[in-house]
Design a protein around this ligand. Structure first.
Ligand code: BT5
Length: 258
């Protein structure tokens, strides 16, 4: 099969790495170019957010990171993982005919089952900052017991070709990043993000480091922050772990009056 990967991507492939994000952050410090990509069959220390682990047996997932030397201003860098998240959702639709949503900020979900996750990290700050955005997308492994995960195979019964999926993800990412160079493009990308965001309209608990905010997720603002409607007003969440609550379950749990 001939490759459709946009030519400016240079893809490095490994059987085993500590973590694709770690490898690429080190490569960035060594001067690696914009759109360098790394893919691994297996990670020994795959990382999630907040020091958590990302698990996947060898060959069971698309594990990749992309280096972006972006001209995005510091307050617009949150758009890079959104561009990757959208590209990944669209790739699942294109390659596996599966509708995948996003859980704020960037989890890939089918219904509420976690299909994939994104970890964005910066090396340095200011204009020279290199952004590394990593994606773990389950092909045949449903995630660790009890984590509520799923895989493309579980959802579709089909084993997707990892390299084909990688190519389509990169093409989609490229398209969204190119769009971002147009004036007013952030608003367009954010609209596409809102349409994918399974969190909007849901009752949620958001775990912050010292409290839980409960309410209905109503929007994301221009900074990508989640807006939660509560009886006391709107809470704006910059970072936190969202749990989608089951609306039906909540109704059943309600105590009858009187
Ligand atoms: C994330 O973290 O969802 C971001 C994961 C990013 C992983 C990619 S893989 C390529 C690149 N290189 C890296 O080292 N990392 C990135 P978080 O929201 O913190 O979710 C982590 C939690 O998800 C864990 O605590 C588990 O409960 C659960 N989990 C772990 N592995 C999973 C899997 N394969 N599928 C579903 N859930 C998983």
């Amino acid at each position: 099969m001939s490759s459709v990967v946009p030519p400016r991507y240079v893809v490095h492939r490994f059987k085993e790495l500590s973590s694709t994000n770690d490898w690429l952050l080190a490569a960035a410090r060594g001067g690696a170019a914009d759109r360098t990509v790394v893919v691994a069959d297996h990670q020994l220390r795959g990382r999630g957010r907040l020091g958590r682990r990302w698990e996947a047996p060898p060959g069971s997932a698309l594990l990749m990171s992309v280096l972006l030397r972006t001209s995005l201003a510091a307050n617009e860098r949150f758009l890079a993982p959104i561009a990757l998240g959208l590209g990944a959702c669209e790739a699942c639709q294109g390659v596996a005919a599966l509708r995948v949503g996003l859980k704020w900020p960037n989890d890939l979900v089918v219904q509420d089952r976690k299909l994939g996750g994104i970890l964005a990290e910066a090396d340095g700050d200011g204009e020279q900052a290199a952004l590394v955005v990593g994606l773990g997308l389950n092909l045949t492994y449903d995630g660790p017991d009890g984590a509520g995960g799923t895989s493309l195979r579980t959802e579709t019964g089909v084993e997707v070709d990892r390299d084909e999926l990688l190519e389509v993800v990169l093409v989609g990412l490229d398209r969204h990043l190119d769009q971002l160079e147009q004036p007013g493009a952030a608003a367009v990308l954010l609209d596409a993000y809102r349409l994918r965001l399974a969190t909007l309209g849901r009752k949620v608990d958001v775990q912050l480091h010292d409290e839980v905010i409960s309410g209905t997720a109503v929007d994301v603002n221009a900074q990508g922050h989640l807006l939660i409607e509560r009886p006391t007003g709107i809470a704006e969440i910059a970072a936190g772990d969202v749990v989608h609550l089951r609306d039906k379950g909540q109704l059943i749990d309600e105590q009858p009056h009187g």
